[in-house]
Design a protein around this ligand. Sequence first.
Ligand code: M6R
Length: 612
Amino acid sequence: MCGIVAYIGPKEAYPILIKGLQRLEYRGYDSAGVALANGQLMVYKKKGKVQELIDFAEELPKSSTVGIGHTRWATHGVPNDVNAHPHTSGNSQLTIVHNGIIENYALLKEALEKEGHVFTSDTDTEVLIHFIEEIQEKDQLPLEEAVRIALTRVVGAYAIVVLDKRNPNKLVAARKASPLVVGIGEGEYFLASDATPMIEYTNKVIYINDNEIVSIDRYNGIQVKTVNNEVQTPTIHEIDMKIENLEKGGYDYFMLKEIYEQPKTISDCMRGRLNKEDGWIHLGGLEEYSNRIVNAQRFIIAACGTSWHAGLIGEYLFEELARIPVEVEYASELRYRNPIITDKDVIIAISQSGETADTLAALELSRERGALNYGIVNSVGSSIARMTDAGSYIHAGPEIGVASTKAFTGQVTLLTMMALSIGHKRGTISESQYRQYITELANIPAKVEEVLKTNDHIKYIAAEIQDKPNALYLGRGYNFPVALEGALKLKEISYIHAEGYPAAEMKHGPIALIDEEMPVIVIATNKSAYEKVLSNIQEVKARKGYVIAIVTKGDSEISQVADATIEIPETMEPFTPLLSVIPLQLLSYHIAIMRECNVDQPRNLAKSVTVE
Ligand code: M6R
């Protein structure tokens, strides 16, 4: 949800800002803009992708060693040039980039209009910069003090960076519920929504906490304060991020690259945590709170989107292998009802970005009620990773494609290891079962590799259904969440309406939709419900639906009934999602490409949803 970047140092700021914005474009691509200051203020902004901004600013003056930049996911006001950030104060001295929402902007705007302020955009951000200007001008305050006072009266979420034309040696930034990272280079500083814009220049970062304001002075370095004016001593972290992870590496799209990375990312998730030879699983975060987790009365999994689908698989895993009752909640729903959560519960938050506002809010609620908060997160140093009591990273590396792929299999791998480890500790799986599971889990990366080899066949099937307006995905047991995930992947990148259903539920409604125009993708690998899924397929065929079945290698029965089949290697049932989701990811990818959609940046979406 919007990406912000800023630079101050000896180098030309513009190229650094542009490259940073391109890295952050996954967070929003409704518009892009920069502000530069060298005695005069240069603000360039354009509706659309960063490339539109580059073309627009090509011949314009850009020389400056300080600047701020923004890539927008629109909240207040339609995407256009005027609503694009940066926004400028009424006296044209201050300029701001903002990620988040100022909830009381209407009240502030009304008060400012009475003072004579005139607004040109529909945004809450323009109101904020006018408000800062008003406070600064009234008492002739230093910028950081004006920002601080303004923020004490602002309700909402924000990561902001403010630049004052009159003092191009300083940047002032602040955060509340939207991420903000400071990069410390050699005599230069960076600010951004995540560390990706700065990794060529430094691996030293400071994660700004909620309600903190950071002033960066070109000559005097960094000062961090709270909005209550308490000076803070920031902790410098060293990050390990590689540039190749941020590039397409020969693939046309990040999504395809990330799909193909999965044998490696699943291995990376297990590395050092699962030992096939000696038969053990060790998850640091889990061991730390082992007693409380193993004896939990209940797990509540809170997540959104794809991470919620991984959570549903987690429910099946924990209940079957560890015999702990599980509830899986949409984080956005959990926070707005009055759930019964006690100190005997463990809340597992699953999030690729670690910044999803609803998931963060669910964690805050559960913390208030005394539950242990456990995070399953990809993005290192993210808000969820830092606010949970314990947790495990999935180590999938940066996921840039808006459609989540490798993060999903990482999350499921992590949940699988957790369930096996807890089940073993609780004695709900025997030693020999535990060892069998571990041996098979270690084989999964090679099996994913095998599934990826069916890509050409999947592309052929994609061509058959690319023009259909709807699709139905069916699965049972562990593969029901996979059906949901397959449907989400298709709708978000190809704009085809798709629904996921438990296969047996079809006859309670969706069967009415089936005709020759309806492709039905059935995940039919479950040994435990094979005959039942076969019957569901027969029911679809009897109504002339076009069936694409994901089957276990060597399957003969379903293959005869379905119109098309995609084989995946045999595995133990709890691990099938890790294989069966791969063809669905590829199918969506090819359909979207055939429909000429931008699979990495689907319309209206952003990778990191930091607003409610
Ligand atoms: O970063 P998170 O895992 O918390 O994000 C949750 C959802 O926004 C995310 O999974 C979304 O549904 C993806 N676009 C799905 O591909």
